[in-house]
Design a protein around this ligand. Sequence first.
Ligand code: SF4
Ligand code: SF4
Length: 361
Amino acid sequence: MRRTDLYRALLGAHGRIGRGLFRDGRALPPVQLFFEATARCDQACRFCFYRGELQGPEETAAAELPAEAILGIVSALPSARLVSFSGGEPLLRRDMLELLGRVGADRGVSLETNGGRIDADTARGLASLAARALVGPGLLGVDISLHGRPQTHDWLVRGRAGAFTRAAAGLEALLEARRAAGQRFPLVTVKIVLTATNLEDLPWLLAWARQRGVDHLAIKLLDPGRTALSLQGGQSPLRGTGRRLDPGMDGARLRELLAEALEPRRTGPEVFMIPLGASIDDAVAHYQGRLDPRSRDCLNPWSRLSVLPSGEYYLCKIFGAGRAAEMSPLQAWNSEPFRAFRRGLLERGLPADCVGCCYLE
Ligand code: SF4
Ligand code: SF4
């Protein structure tokens, strides 16, 4: 079984059991925690659904949850066997390696980064935190975003000349540090957000990743926008699925290149799409604005809890409620707003606002 299929099966089983047990919107304690560790970023990607909240790299870190608060949230949830850190750019936090080490002492951790800040020291630091087994404690994986050939990548991350070179150097430094330590972990994933601009670069990126011994290539379908997390499950600025997400995308070519990339191979990176359950037909329908989330399923609100840099809890891109300063993660998880949101999903199914979400099944 592929690692990504195993991950999906385990998360899915946990969510399905919780959803089946309670009809009042409660859920079993979450098995995964996501921290958007900072809103600061040194890129301004054209497709970033986080752009409304992004801050420059030089902004103050005062508004971010301090390490001790993050550790407090994690220790209040012994059920969370996997803790993931993203941003913004999480390596802009000076305490990121320390956080990965402390959280990873007794559970799995992972990191999503744009890769530009992984120098040789950081790479060695990350390798030193490596897990020893897929289900053990320690650093299981590092996802690095590379969105195509150098010139395509640099244009997509918005005029940062040399961004590809820096991210690629970071990835290579990490692979080298892992090799030098004789380790299998952290698993390294190259992540591409697929747009009309970089579609033709997909075969090139796959070959590039294979040559370097990358473990996974994740093809992330474009998310048309972030909805207002702080609206307590209320209105969303997204308006249904009746529009094309990327008007330049050629459906036939998309189908062809995805089929080629996803073809099973004995060697080279494991290739998958995000959402994990998406088929090639789904991907084509998604870019043509024909994939209606209302006909799909999602178990995420029964399995994962996320925390914004400000300490606000949220279930997913369309619903958040409660703050870490006011309640524990378990209180938030089964609080009335969270239960009401889950009840709404049970009674009415997914809303159209879910379009583009990573967790659509
Ligand atoms: S690196 Fe990530 S957080 Fe930063 S702009 Fe790009 S997509 Fe957004
Ligand atoms: S599919 Fe919808 S309900 Fe599920 S996590 Fe995504 S936005 Fe939330």
